[in-house]
Design a protein around this ligand. Structure first.
Ligand code: EZ4
Ligand code: CO
Length: 402
């Protein structure tokens, strides 16, 4: 038995907001967990501080599964992104501590490496196809084997995923900014963009595209069909996934592979999608899906049904989440791809980490535990700043999915 003697909830904004839980044990070990929920950070911080931390002090840090069950079943109110991000932070920190106690990287506790490196995809975007082609070329020159491509749409002022900033950051205002969307303009434009990319770069690079929940199933089916000649690795979030059987319609019409899951928080969000083989990649990640313990449960179910992982890795997931995700990525049998958007230099300084990029792969490193920490003194220099994700409206003013 080794007791948790301190639990600190740290909110910091080194360029963007992050919430981190740091646990300390009576034998002097520390562990960190990411608890960041973009645009709703303080809800998770308060859930942790008010409702979770008091139950952790004095608890046996070696009982990872029991603590997960205690926080999940013990809340009575199950699931939901706030609850599951809080549980994830505790679970991740406990795995970090377990690794440090064993003197092993967490992936060694998960069965060891199933591959040599974690294949990642970068984000290429452009206001138009010419700009986008240059960006795709730049990623390929840097060794990326997979690239997500997002392009401006003629007639639309702002499009998800397209920005001229060096570090793309959608949470751009304290009160949500608004953008205007046209499904017709989008569906008309995208196939030509992919035709040009394949014409320029050939069949080699893996190409991905994020639809960001904006279509209906039949519209997504049309998009998937129109992109078949360009052999995408995946079409991401084609429709909102609350209705899991919506994906069956897409499946009936197209062989373009489907990825979904960045807003999922439990296995119940994807149980039918996986069991009925309605998707090809599940994109849940550690911080929003209940930590290493629960995400591994999701990936194990996925493995039974030919579904691979494709974990979310945007910049609102902290280096703590990335370190934890990489431990799973390197060890599970059914790894697919890992999203990777480098963080700002300020963020990297607050979260010193062992993982590193090399030639299209991320490597988790061999530090005991997760191989990441938070510099609390530096974190304190960056106070929280309110920031929200945008909302999206159709041209007639109707609120639409962003
Ligand atoms: O919009 O992480 O695939 N990545 C994405 C992200 C999400 C943000 C939301 O917080 O869709 O850019
Ligand atoms: Co996405």
């Amino acid at each position: 038995m080794t007791k948790i003697v301190d639990a600190r909830v740290i909110v910091t904004c080194p360029g963007r907001n992050f919430v981190t839980l740091k646990l300390v044990t009576d034998d002097g070990l520390t562990g960190v967990g990411d608890a960041t929920l973009n645009g709703r950070e303080l809800a998770v911080a308060s859930y942790l501080t008010e409702h979770v931390v008091p139950t952790l002090l004095g608890r046996d840090a070696t009982r990872i599964e029991d603590t997960w069950q205690y926080l999940y079943k013990g809340a009575y109110w199950r699931r939901g992104p706030v609850t599951m991000s809080a549980i994830a932070a505790v679970d991740t920190a406990l795995w970090d501590i377990a690794g440090k106690r064993a003197g092993l990287p967490v992936h060694q506790l998960l069965g060891g490496r199933s591959r040599d490196g974690v294949t990642v995809y970068g984000h290429a975007n452009g206001a138009d196809a010419d700009e986008l082609l240059t960006e795709v070329g730049r990623f390929l020159d840097e060794g990326y084997r997979a690239v997500r491509v997002q392009c401006g749409v003629p007639g639309l002022e702002k499009v998800y995923g397209v920005s001229s900033a060096a570090i793309y950051e959608p949470a751009d205002a304290a009160v949500p900014s608004e953008s205007v969307w046209s499904t017709e303009a989008y569906l008309d434009h995208v196939p030509e963009v992919f035709r040009r990319i394949r014409a320029e770069f050939g069949p080699g690079p893996k190409l991905l595209h994020d639809v960001h929940h904006r279509l209906t199933p039949i519209e997504a089916a049309r998009l998937g069909k129109s992109l078949e000649p360009y052999a995408l690795t995946w079409m991401e979030d084609p429709v909102p996934a609350e209705l899991q059987e919506g994906f069956r319609l897409i499946r009936q019409h197209t062989t373009t592979p489907v990825a979904v899951g960045e807003v999922f928080n439990t296995i119940w969000d994807c149980e039918q999608l996986i069991r009925e083989q309605l998707i090809d990649y599940v994109r849940a990640t550690v911080v929003h899906a209940g930590g290493i313990t629960h995400l591994r449960r999701i990936f194990d179910l996925a493995a039974l049904h030919h579904v691979r992982s494709g974990s979310h890795g945007a910049t609102d997931l902290s280096p703590v989440c990335m370190s934890a995700a990489l431990q799973l990525d390197i060890s599970i049998p059914n790894f697919g791809l890992q999203e990777y958007m480098p963080h700002s230099a300020e963020t990297d300084a607050v979260f010193p980490h062992a993982y590193h990029y090399e030639g299209g792969y991320l490597h988790p490193g061999n530090e005991p535990g997760l191989g990441v920490d938070i510099d609390e003194e530096l974190a304190a220099k960056y106070p929280y700043r309110p920031a929200s994700l945008p909302v999206n409206r159709l041209q007639d003013g109707t609120l639409h999915s962003w």
